[in-house]
Write a protein that binds this ligand. Structure first.
Ligand SMILES: CC(C)(COP(=O)(O)OP(=O)(O)OC[C@H]1O[C@@H](n2cnc3c(N)ncnc32)[C@H](O)[C@@H]1OP(=O)(O)O)[C@@H](O)C(=O)NCCC(=O)NCCS
Length: 188
């Protein structure tokens, strides 16, 4: 399964991508905004072995997606459409019973500043609506300006801020909610 706009391609993660993932999670911004946090908001580094296990889990998610009629969460790698070089990740966190889908994204530091994340978010959203999602949303910590800009460029509407919804290094933080609905999404 691949999605592409000719510049960026989304494809399932491969076991060989584990080194790229482990290196990406050495980036403080990826750890901060995409890492698995404990209850005090402390992230854990991702080792090569962790990355391989995560990718194995995502392969199982793809099998469940295929078996279940395409309404369960799956995760893509973002690659350059021409060179196939790895750039980052765009994946669903949840597909609810009410067909509401949450997804997220990150780019390795070297891949930022070219519009890849915005293209990936647009490809993902278009595909979600084709699959029958009734609503797609992303949640973003209020000080993550780069991600807020991605959500806005991808045609998502700001819906509000959940105060103290997140925790980072022992401090509560506010989280913004951005969503797109199929009938009003401007980029459909
Ligand atoms: C959030 C994140 C993915 C945004 O990455 P990004 O590279 O800024 O976003 P895009 O790929 O959409 O690129 C947009 C930038 O490329 C520039 N750009 C250059 N060429 C472009 C092109 N052809 N098309 C679109 N944008 C282009 C844009 O001007 C913009 O730069 P600016 O912010 O300086 O104006 C990245 O900062 C990241 O991975 N952060 C850490 C993890 C994270 O926060 N994840 C999100 C959790 S909610």
């Amino acid at each position: 399964m691949e999605l592409s706009d000719g510049v960026v391609t989304l494809r399932p993660w491969l076991k060989d991508d584990a080194g790229f993932m482990a290196e990406a999670f050495a980036d403080p911004a990826i750890l901060r905004f995409n890492g698995a946090l404990d209850r005090l908001g402390r992230p854990s580094p991702v080792s090569l072995g962790d990355a391989e296990a995560i990718i194995d889990g995502w392969a199982a998610d793809w099998r469940a997606f295929d078996a279940g009629g395409g309404r369960s969460p799956v995760v893509f790698a973002i690659v350059d459409a021409k060179t196939r070089e790895l750039a980052g990740c765009c994946g669903m966190d949840d597909w609810s019973k009410a067909d509401v889908v949450q997804f997220g994204y990150w780019l390795a530091p070297a891949a930022r500043g070219h519009g890849y994340a915005t293209r990936a978010a647009i490809l993902m959203t278009r595909w979600l609506f084709e699959l029958g999602a009734a609503r797609a949303f992303v949640t973003i910590v209020t000080d993550n300006e780069a991600s807020i800009a991605v959500a806005r460029r991808a045609g998502f509407q700001y819906e509000g801020t959940m105060r103290d919804h997140g925790v980072w290094q022992g401090q509560r933080c506010d989280v913004m909610w951005f969503a797109a609905l199929p009938h009003e999404w401007p980029l459909r």
